[in-house]
Design a protein around this ligand. Structure first.
Ligand SMILES: [Zn+2]
Length: 474
């Protein structure tokens, strides 16, 4: 084809526009349905990209996420998807890309963090940054937490770019730095570039828990809520002295009395909708004698026997109450010295919607000793949660049921903390979910040794992640 000068000019202008627009709309063509997609090619591509992504060392500290941001950018660029990198500090970067839908519904964000925790190579079977495949699993730091989910989100962008399904929503791909240490990547994005994503209705990121036993997926847990750490320090002050002449109300003695009261104190039980649903959903897995209790925990918590059962369960207790764990204690440095101060630290975790000031007042009442100082020692972030009755939950449910008809699909509350907490503050419904189903043995690799993901998970996950987006975007 020959190009006349005038058309050449137009082509050049268009080329410049396309290059400069950070976020590009794809031309629409009649989209293909998941049934028409040639999955084998995408799955092979996903396995190859997974290995390459794991080979980039983003141990945090120092992070070095600029390297992964460039890898993701060039991969997206090959598919015609424009992206923008923000290097907010030398070597530390976030990357964002957006594929346009028809705009009739609000966007969904696919969020992942690119950094990983450090690895002690001597304790691994293979180099933690080799991406080597052994016995059907891809090894590498980040294989579960969370370069794998990031990779599946990247694959979704690639498949959308190639298959052009009709989408009612924009899909935003966001990969950040520093989740494992200080969240500075997400904090920076929210403070400086939130105009690029705050119009979103939904966000999907890490969290969630899908349990595989043998060939079957037992259950799929979508995290919709998480607790918030509210760390406290108690300080008792008193007269110092020689250990040979005890002081009845010394600082350590008064602190021990206060600690004893706290350890014996049980915070009130509360039932959040996500927790109620979780127990109802897992009821069929329980022994017959407790099944009815699980089906209706709102009633069950009136039964002292059930309350005792929950209080004794590490797995369930935190879901019903603000928890208080005594963790650090400090007194004298010498056995024969009565110190003038003694301290202890409490790891307090609040349920979504709780007011830290009320808990503090409650504890002071329990301690009943005004000479003991109680103060908050961490940067408190309010605990929050997302609704459970949403199109996103239904999309996850539909897709997971079609692939794993035997699985129970439920909502969960995390005892820990994820970046969902930050994005929920923008009014976005945030879920911790990924299509990766692991055995409890594989889970030990998260922040541990020999972190790995099965090739099968990468293959199945490529399809499931895309299908959830295609279902939600219909
Ligand atoms: Zn993580």
């Amino acid at each position: 084809m020959t190009i006349r000068p005038r058309s050449l000019l137009i082509v050049l202008i268009l080329a410049c526009l396309v290059r400069e627009a950070p976020i590009r709309a794809l031309d629409r063509r009649p989209g293909s349905s998941p049934g028409d997609i040639h999955w084998k090619a995408y799955e092979d591509m996903a396995v190859d990209l997974m290995q390459r992504y794991l080979r980039i060392n983003t141990s945090n500290p120092p992070g070095n996420e600029m390297a992964t941001a460039q890898f993701l950018k060039s991969t997206l660029a090959r598919e015609g998807v424009q992206s923008e990198i923000f290097e907010y500090t030398p070597g530390r970067a976030n990357i964002i890309a957006r594929i346009k839908g028809d705009g009739s519904k609000r966007p969904i964000i696919l969020l992942s963090h690119m950094d990983v925790v450090t690895a002690d190579a001597a304790k691994w079977r293979v180099d933690p940054f080799s991406g080597e495949i052994l016995e059907g699993s891809i090894y590498g730091r980040g294989a579960l937490d969370m370069k794998s989910e990031g990779l599946l989100q990247l694959m979704t962008m690639i498949i959308i770019a190639r298959e052009r399904p009709h989408l009612t929503r924009d899909v935003v791909f966001l990969a950040t730095a520093d989740e494992e240490v200080g969240d500075t990547g997400s904090i920076w994005m929210i403070a400086n570039k939130s105009n690029l994503f705050k119009d979103a209705e939904y966000l999907v990121t890490e969290g969630g828990d899908n349990l595989r036993e043998g060939e079957t997926v037992k259950y799929v847990g979508v995290d919709v809520a998480e607790k918030a750490p509210y760390w406290l320090q108690l300080t008792a002050a008193g007269e110092p002295g020689h250990g040979s002449r005890p002081i009845a109300d010394s600082a350590p003695n008064r602190l021990v009395r206060a600690m004893d009261k706290i350890v014996g104190y049980e915070t009130p039980m509360k039932v959040l909708p996500a927790v109620e649903k979780f127990f109802r959903d897992i009821a069929p897995l329980q022994p017959v004698n407790v099944r009815a209790k699980f089906e209706n925990v709102r009633e069950a918590i009136k039964d002292p026997k059930f309350v005792k059962f929950v209080a004794g369960s590490r797995e369930y207790n935190f879901m019903f109450r603000n928890t208080i764990a005594l963790t650090m204690m400090n007194g004298s440095k010498q056995t024969n010295v009565i110190p003038n101060a003694a301290t202890c630290n409490l790891d307090v975790r609040l349920l979504p919607g709780e007011n830290p000031q009320l808990l503090l007042a409650e504890l002071e009442k329990v301690i009943a000793d005004p000479t003991i100082k109680v103060e908050n020692i961490n940067g408190f972030k309010p605990p929050n949660s997302s609704p459970i009755d949403t199109d996103l939950f239904r999309a996850v449910s539909t897709v997971e049921k079609s692939h794993h008809p035997e699985a129970i699909i439920t909502t969960r509350m995390l005892s820990g903390y994820t970046e969902s907490q930050l994005y929920r503050q923008l009014g976005i419904i945030c879920y911790g979910w990924s299509p990766i189903a692991t055995t409890s043995q594989e889970n030990e690799g998260v922040h541990g040794n020999n972190e790995r993901i099965t090739v099968e998970n990468v293959r199945e996950g490529t399809q499931e992640m895309y299908e959830v987006l295609a279902t939600l975007g219909r």
